[in-house]
Write a protein that binds this ligand. Structure first.
Ligand SMILES: [Zn+2]
Length: 184
């Protein structure tokens, strides 16, 4: 029985860090990547580069399926790992307050919960750690936007004292358009 819809995985980041943010579509145990947008439909092709199978989609509905896959389908646990990997990536990129180690912990927890072998999880984590520098770069790019509203700038704590721990802030009127800060 052929499925009439595809399942989209969050994003393509982990598979192809810098190239594409189109989601991967999964249909009958095969993975497809975005190829082109037509008027009403989208064309997806098999992620296996030697395979010519393709799908025409309208949203997640399969309009047409062409070609035969001459290779194996992915197993449920492979799909689960793939999904968890996508989650890990997008969580790390979208949630700036979440540390990488926290993301890893959630990733491992989710897979252990589904009975995936620990050595497989460990191998995945190792693979993932290799693309971390690239991900960290993307995340920090999203993060470092110049503040536009200086009224929210608060000089407190360690920023308000000198290295000798003497207070160095003398005055701050905290005005949004005419901020006056006196330091000594
Ligand atoms: Zn294929």
């Amino acid at each position: 029985m052929s499925e009439t819809t595809v399942k989209f995985l969050k994003s393509n980041y982990a598979l192809n860090v810098l190239n594409s943010s189109h989601p991967i579509a999964v249909h009958n145990g095969h993975k497809y990547r975005w190829k082109a947008n037509n008027k009403q439909t989208t064309r997806y092709v098999c992620t296996d580069s030697t395979c010519y199978a393709s799908l025409t989609l309208n949203g997640d509905q399969v309009i047409k399926s062409r070609g035969k896959h001459m290779h194996e389908t992915i197993t449920d646990s492979q799909l689960l790992i793939l999904e968890a990997t996508q989650d890990l990536t997008s969580e790390f990129l979208e949630n700036n307050s979440k540390s990488l180690s926290q993301c890893f912990k959630d990733f491992e927890g989710k897979l252990i919960e589904h009975g995936i072998e620990e050595r497989i999880i460990a191998a995945k984590v190792t693979t993932f750690k290799r693309i971390c520098p690239a991900l960290t770069k993307i995340r920090s790019k999203n993060e470092t936007k110049e503040p536009t509203d200086y009224s929210k700038l608060d000089i407190i704590g360690e920023y308000a004292v000198t290295v000798k721990n003497e207070p160095f802030m003398r005055y701050d009127n905290k005005s949004a358009n005419a901020r006056i800060i006196l330091i000594r």
